[in-house]
Design a protein around this ligand. Sequence first.
Ligand code: SF4
Ligand code: SF4
Length: 332
Amino acid sequence: MDCCRTARRLGGEKVKVVVRGSRKKMKASAWEIEDALREGVPILEYLSPLAFVVEKGRLTGMTFQPSPEGPDPDQKPVFIPCDEVLIAVGQQNAFPWIEKDIGLVFNDSNRPKVDEITFQSSIQKIFFGGDAAFGPKNVITAVAHGHEAAISIDLFCRGKDLLDRPRPAVTLAGQKMGLHDWMYHNEVSEQQRQAVPMVSKVKSIKDRLLEVELGFDRKIGRTEALRCLNCDMQTVFSLPLCIECDACVDVCPTTCINFTPNDTEENLRAGLSIPANNQSQDLYVSGLLPTGRVMVKDENVCLHCGLCAERCPTSAWDMQKYMYETAKAGGK
Ligand code: SF4
Ligand code: SF4
């Protein structure tokens, strides 16, 4: 997407993006595609490259084969005239610099075989992380791998067990100020994502170095910030304080709190007031209450609004801020 938009800025008047599949399957982010379209770069879908067409030593265009999944029933090759082609074919690992006879084991994807916890390769003193070890992910994952590999290297150099690793630091702190006051903004906003104001197209495509995103002003920034889902805020349940009045059940806007007889996870999930179908999200299940029931909360739909904690007459619910600090090398 950067290439096609830069091509426009460098004077390309008719810049097109041609993709094999659908626009939906493109790896670019949705907003990058939107920005390219806004700058007059059409995206032609379901076309696989066949050949460069060269006449008298000059490129005159390319032919493409329409895909059977696309809208063209004839599927005859298509010619698209052009004088420049930028190919975006992705990237792969290349380790020609690692000599084959040093004993490093590679997997089927031609990546070094690496332990997923310690990041240690088949040669004990060599560690890998990031895309080189696990294939394309994002920079956050690569940085996290760096931390984990550093822990391993530190333990390795000190002759310690690599699997006996320091744990992350985790803290929970209450957010109460007054009876109904929280240290965080807990109102539920129904605003949609705010669009980032942009420089006009006329200006932006004239200047390759001009920053096109103007950023939020104070008002839009505040509206956007209020959409925060307060994911760092946790509902913490104290079983001994609960008198099973069910007031929190009544007030919860997403009906995610339930008091019910205990059962298997499968039955609990199916039997909640609103079934908890997102299996990747754990249920919050309390111990046994005096009436023989348990409190079950579906974390998947909790808005972190704090209404349960406001309503609870005994403070059995509390809103607490969750802090997580990753483990670092030298921490043990
Ligand atoms: S924080 Fe809000 S959404 Fe979550 S359990 Fe409490 S009342 Fe329900
Ligand atoms: S409002 Fe408080 S005391 Fe009442 S059921 Fe909910 S957690 Fe228990």
